[in-house]
Design a protein around this ligand. Structure first.
Ligand SMILES: Cc1cc2nc3c(=O)[nH]c(=O)nc-3n(C[C@H](O)[C@H](O)[C@H](O)COP(=O)(O)OP(=O)(O)OC[C@H]3O[C@@H](n4cnc5c(N)ncnc54)[C@H](O)[C@@H]3O)c2cc1C
Length: 500
């Protein structure tokens, strides 16, 4: 496994072993093939491979079939068939396939792939953009850049528009405009009953609330309308630092000062502390939403001895490309969680480095010969919840949290039996829990985190108690799920569930 840069994209493999064919799934696939003959695919088809592909193979499963709806009507047909009392097949809805947990967008049953929803259009008068849920953020930015506007979308190109927009959305624009969910004007939703609704704050205020973080609990979203904002040239890029004690002390001091003191909403950054096969690396990805940052914003970072950097003035898309690296493992699994933190103090950053180093070295030793990446990424924002319009994901400006992002990437063998793959994944999840706990314990001790602070739904392990993800909204979300999903269709898919 070779890591170049802060984040990575990779080619995907289909999970090797097959799952037992569920009766309901087989029936659903047969009925779907009868109703939508051109849109249903089975193992062996190129479309099936794309439809079931996931960023990490630990999130991927072999579906019985995949289906690529082309319209909201097709989606209605699909949910009605899947939900028939004589079918009730397991299913999953996939947009970009970047979910961190198995079952959130993968299934042994019917894989609903939104890949055909590639529509995108800009309304200059209303300053909004309509985007189909089959696009990636790279495709969105490619369309918008020549128009001189952008949306508050993902910070990494290949992530899907769907999951990020329905789970929250920490963006390079968050300090200025809020999370992605705070910039959404309307959703086109197919309810679990098959009914199609146009959801805005005035048409369906309760659904508009629920879709802002509620992910796949309320049906299938086919299109979202977002606010658009003007886009100029930007400044930023990826820097890899020297790892001697002096350089790391300077980095921690600069990152902590940025977190505690920066008040410029155009200035954002991510810090990356990683152990790559036992070797520590430290990086930053800085971003300024303008061609030149005011003096002082990043000066301390630029003065730290570095190994490489591509920080410069560029277009937004060039900046986005500068953060992409390569992970050249054939296949990898990921265990990922979240640490809620208000501000990053030096002792918290030092603890992160100590744990990255300790876990990285031990796991590398214990997994002789296989690649291990242990990472934590502090994400200091400046008042990210100031623009909050509320929503299922509680993000009130009363408690401004940023989700530090701890994860372990491990090389995985796609041809291993499923139980072997699962046991290997469980082992890394267990290690990740300890890693995360130790860092949060330090943050709690420092007064910058609480054990009951909300975890970000798009990062959290899927067995996180609902209350720790949706807080006081849980009873309301459960009532709404019962109202809009009377036949409990969405209990047939994975992820955080509001209905039992
Ligand atoms: C490399 C990488 C970078 C990331 N960067 C960021 C970042 O900058 N900011 C951030 O906030 N998060 C980030 N994330 C987390 C990301 O937001 C989540 O993983 C997100 O769920 C991925 O969306 P997706 O559409 O690609 O995933 P999918 O796996 O396709 O979907 C994720 C979940 O959303 C549901 N879903 C997707 N589309 C729909 C739909 N149209 N209707 C109903 N349900 C739907 C799925 O069923 C599933 O439960 C990143 C993740 C990765 C792997």
């Amino acid at each position: 496994m070779r890591l170049q840069g802060l984040f990575f994209a990779t080619s995907l493999q289909t999970l090797g072993a097959s799952t037992s064919v569920d009766q309901g799934a087989a029936k659903a696939c047969r009925l779907l093939k009868e109703s939508l003959p051109e849109l249903v695919y089975f193992p062996g088809a190129a479309q099936y491979v794309n439809d079931t592909a996931h960023w990490a193979i630990s999130s991927q499963q072999n579906a019985t079939c995949s289906v690529e709806p082309q319209s909201a009507d097709d989606v209605s047909t699909i949910v009605k068939i899947i939900g028939r009392s004589d079918v009730r097949a397991p299913f999953a809805v996939r947009s970009g396939g970047h979910a961190y947990n198995l079952g959130q967008s993968s299934t042994p049953g019917v894989q609903v792939s939104l890949t055909q929803f590639t529509n995108i259009s800009y309304d200059a008068e209303k300053e909004t953009v309509k985007i189909g849920m089959g696009l990636t953020w790279a495709q969105v930015y490619e369309y918008l850049e020549p128009l001189g506007v952008m949306v508050a979308g993902g910070r990494i190109n290949p992530v899907g528009v769907g999951g990020l927009s329905l789970g929250g959305g920490y963006s390079w624009k968050t300090n200025q405009y809020g999370l992605t969910i705070d910039t959404i004007v309307a959703h086109e939703l197919v309810l679990p009953t098959g009914e199609q609704v146009h959801v805005t704050n005035s048409s369906y205020p309760d659904l508009f609330f629920a879709l802002r973080g509620g992910l796949n609990n309320f049906g299938v979203v086919t299109e979202i309308t977002y606010e658009a904002h003007p886009q100029t040239l930007v400044y930023g890029g990826l820097t890899t630092y020297a790892t001697d004690n002096e350089a790391i002390a300077l980095l921690n001091s600069a990152a902590s000062k940025f977190s505690l003191k920066s008040t410029d909403p155009k200035a954002q950054m991510i810090v990356n502390y990683a152990s790559v096969n036992g070797e520590f690396i430290a990086q930053t990805l800085i971003f300024y939403d303008g061609p030149t940052p005011p003096a002082g914003v990043y000066d301390e970072f630029l003065a730290i001895p570095s190994v490489s950097t591509n920080v410069r003035t560029s277009t937004f898309r060039e900046f986005m490309a500068s953060s992409e690296g390569a992970l050249s493992a054939d296949a990898f699994g990921v265990a990922q969680h979240a640490i809620p933190i208000t501000k990053y103090t030096v002792p918290v950053l030092e603890e992160m480095i100590a744990q990255v180093t300790a876990f990285g070295q031990r796991l590398t030793e214990q997994n002789n010969g296989s690649s291990i990446l242990v990472v934590v990424q502090p994400e200091p924002f400046y008042q990210p919840f100031t623009h909050s319009h509320g929503g299922a994901y509680p993000h009130s400006s009363d408690r401004e949290l940023t989700p530090a992002c701890p994860f372990i990437v491990y090389s995985a063998n796609a041809s291993d039996p499923l139980d072997v793959q699962q046991a290997r994944h469980d082992y890394f999840v267990s290690e990740l829990r300890n890693f995360t706990h130790l860092i949060q314990a330090k943050a709690v001790e420092e007064g910058v985190s609480r054990w009951d602070d909300i975890l970000y739904p798009n990062y959290a392990l899927v067995d996180t108690p609902l209350e720790l993800v949706y807080g006081g909204n849980v009873p309301r979300l459960r009532r709404m799920a019962a109202k809009y999903d009377p036949e409990r269709l969405m209990t047939l898919t994975g992820g955080f569930r509001f209905l039992d």
